[in-house]
Design a protein around this ligand. Structure first.
Ligand SMILES: [Zn+2]
Length: 158
């Protein structure tokens, strides 16, 4: 079932845009990631391990490895999905109007591979007032090495 090893486009350093056909994505992505990223699916609320998750680090696109969000912009929105108030950089995310489901929403996609990530709403906290409501399935998390070290040192003291 582990198809991520076939993912030849996944890279945390390569910034070049990824343009694959739907069939190619289906080959290299796990089924749950494919469903969200390429078919614009939505995971069940409260189902993501990242919904209540407070580790310090960086969130990457699970389809291509593009850096998307930092843990210090993550907040408890209570909406059932991992929520952030700001992307890691301007180019990390692209936006598109979404009129489906009888709502006026703004879709957010990965700036490198155009994977569907979720939506952005204007009811977030300062400083941006935005709430990026993101499917946890399309996020890869990497712990900040420095933060991990500090945590271990503090635990040793206590
Ligand atoms: Zn991506």
């Amino acid at each position: 079932m582990e198809k991520t090893n076939n993912n030849i486009v996944y890279s945390r350093t390569d910034k070049s845009k990824v343009n694959l056909t739907d069939a190619e994505w289906k080959q290299i992505l796990p089924d749950d990631v494919y469903y969200i990223a390429r078919q614009k699916g939505t995971e069940r609320p409260w189902s993501s391990k990242y919904e209540k998750f407070h580790e310090a680090g960086t969130y990457f696109c699970a389809a291509c490895g593009n850096a998307l969000f930092r843990s210090d912009t993550k907040f408890e929105s209570g909406c059932g999905w991992p929520s952030f108030y700001e992307p890691i950089s301007r180019g990390s995310i692209i936006y598109a109007p979404d009129h489906t489901a009888g709502m006026e929403r703004t879709e957010v996609m990965c700036g490198r591979c155009k994977a569907h990530l979720g939506h952005v709403f204007e009811d977030g906290p300062p400083p941006t007032g935005l709430r990026y409501c993101i499917n946890g399935v399309v996020l890869d998390f990497e712990k900040a090495a420095a933060a991990e070290k500090k945590y271990k040192e503090e635990n040793k003291k206590n």
